[in-house]
Design a protein around this ligand. Structure first.
Ligand code: ATP
Ligand code: MG
Length: 392
């Protein structure tokens, strides 16, 4: 079966010291998994680069799209392998450029050569010159432009072979999923939490989601929206487990017994407690939220202190110092934005106080909460959880 070759470059994994083999192994597994739908796909590391071979019948864009979604991948390029002979390299480079001309409107090019194998008898500038000459002879429509070429043709001469490729398609970088513990994202249907989950997963953290609803005040469709968001995330992470909890019994208790302006904050404290219990039960080490300093009343510095106070697990807030417009850009980039802006209610918007406290005092909040049987409410909520596994 004829196969096409792709070069996959890792970013930070390359900087790892003693642990590098571990990171490389996991990254290789992740790339193989991303491409497992294709028969007879091969992937291997050769001296710091990953080489992937996929049946030639699979469209190039599709392979690239799958590879760049793997966290830890810095860039990907379709490539061809040539024997380490300057004439062969030149001939194959010319063939390669013929295909490029057919696919794209390209008038100018330059050759960039790199000689990692110092035993190869020709130095890089001379490789570039000779290969450029051979390409020009075969591709009459092309001219050389070393300053602003339409296309850069790369020639890397390595120990095992030479490689010819053009553009690198950038990946998200980061670290391979599963190399940095497990975190539980408190997942709403909003713009922020999916981005927060993405950012932590990009640093190698495995993710499970916890979602609270207030059915029947919130609709079934509102929950489906959250499932749709998790599905987008699963496209990067593989299947994601989502723990779903009805918060309504707790919200009703709060509304009945506590000051109205504290409702949101008290609800948030319960969310944190419940999420921590679920995380503890399932091997989680951290909680993650999409909170952003000062964005709304429950995200002022004072409110965050009061929210954090009920859990001992570290709470990661990867968006804390970002502006909303930047979070929105990120959401567009990862493909969650259009789903997030669909107008469905969230459990936080049910029983929303008219004037929520923005500078809560811990002692006062604790006093309000003392009217509730916190442990029992949390226990009942945790026991009522429904678990859904969402596939990419
Ligand atoms: P988002 O866009 O993520 O909904 P937001 O700006 O609407 O954020 P809040 O509604 O105050 O902010 O929620 C802050 C954070 O609390 C969210 O990012 C999320 O981590 C968590 N959260 C909010 N609602 C829920 C929910 N229904 N289930 C689980 N977590 C939630
Ligand atoms: Mg929200």
């Amino acid at each position: 079966m004829k196969k096409n070759l792709y070069i996959v470059r890792c970013g930070e994994v390359a900087l790892k010291g003693m642990n590098k083999p571990h990171f490389e192994r996991v990254l290789l597994q992740r790339v193989k998994k991303a491409l497992e739908i294709y028969e007879e796909t091969e992937a291997m590391w050769v001296e710091g680069l990953m080489f992937v071979r996929v049946p030639a019948s699979v469209p190039e864009d599709e392979v690239i799209e799958r590879c760049v979604r793997v966290f830890g991948v810095a860039s990907v390029s379709p490539a061809v392998q040539a024997p380490k002979d300057i004439n062969e390299i030149g001939r194959m480079a010319a063939d390669f450029m013929q295909d490029v001309i057919k696919a794209d409107d390209i008038k100018t090019f330059k050759v960039k050569a790199k000689r990692a194998d110092k035993n190869f008898p020709i130095q890089s500038p001379e490789i570039a010159r000779q290969v450029g000459g051979m390409v020009l002879k075969e591709c009459k429509v092309l001219a050389v432009d070393v300053h602003r070429p339409d296309c850069t043709l790369n020639v890397d001469v390595r120990r095992e072979a030479a490689y010819i490729y053009r553009d690198k398609v950038k990946g998200f970088g980061g670290l391979p999923l599963g190399t940095n513990g497990k975190g539980f994202i408190l997942m709403s249907g909003g713009i922020d939490s999916p981005v927060a989950a993405f950012m932590m997963a990009k640093r190698g953290m495995s993710i499970e989601a916890v979602h609270f609803h207030s059915y029947p005040y919130t609709s079934q469709r509102a929950q489906e929206k959250v499932e749709d968001l998790v599905k987008v995330l699963a496209g990067y992470m593989g299947s994601v487990k989502m723990h779903v909890i009805n918060l309504l019994p707790i919200q009703e208790e709060i509304v009945k017994n506590c000051p109205e302006d504290e409702t949101t904050l008290l609800v948030r404290r319960f969310m944190m407690r419940i999420a921590e219990k679920i995380a503890e039960k399932n091997g989680g080490m951290m909680l993650i939220t999409g909170e952003d300093l000062g964005q709304v009343a429950s995200q002022t510095a004072e409110a965050l202190v009061v929210t954090d106070n009920v859990v001992s697990m570290p709470v990661m807030r990867p968006l804390i110092a970002m502006d909303k417009v930047d979070i929105m850009d990120k959401a567009r980039e990862i493909g969650t934005y259009d789903i997030s802006i669909q107008p469905y209610e969230d459990c936080c918007t049910v029983f929303l106080p008219k004037h929520p406290v923005t500078k809560p005092k811990l002692a006062k909040i604790e006093k309000s909460e003392s009217k509730l049987d916190v442990d029992e409410l949390v226990k009942a909520a945790v026991e009522s959880e429904e678990i859904i596994t969402i596939e990419p």
